[in-house]
Design a protein around this ligand. Sequence first.
Ligand code: FMN
Length: 334
Amino acid sequence: MSFQNKFFASPVRLLAPMDGLTDPLMRQILTQIAVDLGRPYDWSVSEFIRVTQHVLPAHVFYKYVPELHHDAKTASGTPIHIQLLGSEAQLMAENAAYACELGAPAIDINFGCPAKTVNSHRGGSVLLDEPEVLYQIISAVRQAVPANIPVSAKIRLGYTDTSRMDDIQAAIAASGANWLTIHARTKTQGYKPPAYWDKIHAFNSLDIPVIANGEIWNAEQAQACMQQSGTKHLMLGRGAVTRPDLIAEVRKLDLELPQTDSMSTPELSWQTLITHQIKFLQGTAKSDVVLVGRYKQWLGMLTKGYSEAQPLWNALKREKNKAAIITALEATSL
Ligand SMILES: Cc1cc2nc3c(=O)[nH]c(=O)nc-3n(C[C@H](O)[C@H](O)[C@H](O)COP(=O)(O)O)c2cc1C
């Protein structure tokens, strides 16, 4: 069976890799919500694992992707692909092969990261200005990884501008990548709206599936993105954290079900979401301080998706004690 038939028989809906945001705990919560709503993600991708000098030890892979202990799936059964970031083709290939030995179901390669430290070491989006290196990395990884395991790339439209798009496309075509995800902005455009979905269109001449990503916060934007990019495959980023039921709204488009006014009648009620917030706070993290910080980051984002989140945010933004936050959340669900 070809990858195309196995992975893309119908339009795919993916949860984006987001370093420090869709960590294993958040992935567990968001993929569980999607499954509970009967509209699961097809897969998600791990936060990037940075490859610099050697083949990383197993514990590093397990730290970023604890799902490897469970057939590389979240508790709700959603597969997690492993993302690597680096500039050294041979080293990337060796790490990818090792990740596969540990159970990675697919390898994704990051060419989108805008971080200064990463870019100054010639990793992430800066490589969009060096399509030949892009080609070398993907093709080395493709050759090193067992033939039955797909290798994909995630790119932006360019580094400072879109002038190298044709070269990037040629590099991807020659590299043997099995699919391509495109965040429809350059590195310079950062994370600010708009996303230039129409620019993705040119990549559809590749004979591999193309996944569109960027600035999808509701079903209308998902629809517009599909129309303008000319691809049916979508990856949801910050919108999926802000509205954990966005996946259900987007899946309704596939089923051609009527849309609801998501603010007034959400697929996922605030009360149910409270129970997930409590589960999040009961999850595993380096420390309670880290967990509380991560929770507040999420609650801050939820204020953009749920009007009920604002009073909670006002009440909890200065609270540092995890138990007190859980008590406050439990009180709202009485
Ligand atoms: C906090 C944060 C961390 C991110 N980390 C990664 C990452 O590790 N790997 C990656 O390929 N993209 C990463 N991205 C980019 C997202 O996957 C996605 O391409 C981007 O957020 C655009 O989608 P959106 O507008 O729907 O959020 C990150 C984005 C954010 C906001």
